[in-house]
Write a protein that binds this ligand. Structure first.
Ligand code: HEM
Length: 460
């Protein structure tokens, strides 16, 4: 058909080896890009179970197994030292990484800040940031330009977090944080073979001699400064009511005391990083997919033109926009893998799980799994339209995780993403700028290897 609706877009993916890799190529590929470790079998079998030199490693895609790890027996599966070694210098004491009672207390303290009612009060601020950022885009009225999409998405989501959670304390610093985070993911944030092999921590990691510590030091310095400044404002009675003030004044409703300074700083950084990087990457991939499928782009634009994006209840009136965003996160989940370690013996899919076993839960695999999806590689937002969405297994689509550790910011992220997407669609048309497609790569989040460049045409 002329509108392209009989054309199905299947974005490119890294090469998938047919068979499981041997130890050395496995270690090398894990460092280079964990996506290249996954074989054709990962996308076709309910799980891949390997008992080798590093104990049991199980990559799980089976919904019943996922339910057991993430919900029914979640207390037996911890995030573990491995993830702490990658993210540890930044956020070890925050709600993302802590466990048991320490985690529960932090989650209880933070939860009231993320209720739907609270979040709907942030819509105006989100819209204002989008309008401001879009006005500054390097595209003349009535003309077009090729734009590097990722940094622009980062600026939008960073400014939204800064504005809504930290009273714009970090306004204008998106570039500094982006540079430091990019440096961090290329050094400390990569999977060192010694970490996979559980070599003791005193043995130097050759892959991490590139100075990852200096990026962690940048974050620590900036966050400590924010906290000290805010304490002074609280003492003077003139502090704004935002996440930072809430963290500093928090008292656990179940009797626990205030958060320690380390906990406050770790959570501030957790929310700065977790709160902007993932949504920015999701938006970048969404625009890439829409640039290749103008007929879906038109549907999202039509909805955006018909709605005030800050009106309560507007999201339910934009089924295509929501479906496009959800389908983009299916194909390109911003958090492509999460890990769990068994504390005690268990059984998953009939296989023994000794203590210490590593369970890999990869939305990147699960969302493209042949047993769970029809034509999994195709970009087909219709799957998420009302009437179809209800047929999707709760454990086949987990961009925000599941169970008690599910993303606390999921509703925040969807709300800001739809406001940003709608605002962008009103202002611009997006077209591919080059024949080659961006290649996904796993660097803590799911990034485009050489960035995403699009031709952006002004609608004005
Ligand atoms: C599209 C955007 C986002 C995606 C795909 C995403 C994904 C995730 C995932 C998969 C987890 C669970 C990790 C695990 O089980 O190991 C998680 C946890 C978390 N996310 Fe998000 N996230 C997004 C946006 C946000 C935003 C906007 C915020 C804050 C404003 C946020 C804050 C957090 C926090 C604090 C946790 C830890 C929760 C806990 O362990 O109790 N995220 N996120």
């Amino acid at each position: 058909m002329a509108d392209g609706t009989d054309f199905v877009f299947r974005p490119i993916v890294p090469h998938r080896p047919p068979e499981l890799l041997r130890l050395l190529p496995y270690l090398w590929n894990s460092w280079r890009d964990p996506l290249t470790v996954y074989t054709e079998r990962h996308y076709a079998e309910p799980y891949i179970y390997v008992r080798g030199k590093i104990g049991v490693v199980m990559n799980l895609a089976d919904p019943a197994g996922l339910r057991r790890v993430l919900v029914d027996n979640a207390k037996n599966y911890e995030k573990g030292d491995f993830s702490r070694r990658i993210l540890g210098p930044l956020v070890a004491d925050g709600v993302f990484m802590t466990e048991d009672e320490v985690w529960r207390r932090q989650r209880r303290i933070l939860a009231p800040l993320f209720t739907p009612a609270k979040l709907s009060t942030l819509a105006q601020a989100m819209q204002a940031v989008c309008d401001q950022r879009i006005a500054a885009w390097p595209v003349e009225k009535g003309a077009s330009s090729v734009v590097e999409i990722d940094p622009e998405m980062t600026k939008i989501t960073f400014e939204i977090i800064s504005d809504t959670m930290f009273s714009n304390l970090l306004g204008g610093e998106a570039g500094d944080f982006e540079k430091a985070f990019d440096g961090f993911v290329e050094t400390t944030g990569r999977l060192d073979p010694f970490d996979i092999l559980a070599v003791p921590l005193w043995v130097p990691r050759l892959t991490k001699l590139g100075g990852g510590g200096r990026y962690a030091a940048f974050f620590e310095r900036r966050v400590n400064q924010m906290v000290a400044e805010r304490r002074a404002l609280i003492a003077g009675g003139s502090a704004p009511q935002d996440l930072l003030t809430a963290l500093l004044g928090a008292r656990d409703s179940e009797g626990g005391g205030a958060l320690s300074d380390r906990e406050v700083c770790a959570n501030v950084l957790t929310f700065i990083l977790a709160g902007h990087e993932t949504t920015a990457r999701a938006l970048g991939w969404t625009l890439h997919l829409l640039a290749r499928t103008p007929w879906y782009q038109e549907k999202v634009r039509a909805e955006a033109l018909a709605q005030d994006l800050t009106d309560p209840g507007w999201q339910s009136k934009m089924p295509w926009s929501r479906a496009v965003f959800d389908e983009a996160m299916r194909l390109f989940p911003p958090a492509p893998t999460t890990l769990r370690f068994a504390r005690e013996e268990d059984e998953l899919c009939g296989r023994p799980i000794p203590p210490g076993s590593l369970i890999g839960i990869s939305p990147f695999i699960i969302h493209r799994h042949k047993l769970l999806w029809d034509d999994p590689e195709a970009f087909r937002p219709e799957r998420f339209l009302p009437g179809e969405r209800e047929k999707i297994d709760r454990f086949a689509y987990i961009p925000f995780g599941q169970g008690p550790r599910i993303c606390i910011g999921a509703t925040f992220a969807i709300q800001e993403a739809l406001i940003a997407l709608g605002s962008l669609m009103r202002a611009f048309e997006f077209q591919p700028a080059e024949l080659a497609e961006p290649m996904p790569t796993h660097r803590i989040t799911l990034r485009a290897k050489d960035g995403i460049r699009l031709k952006v045409v002004s609608r004005a």
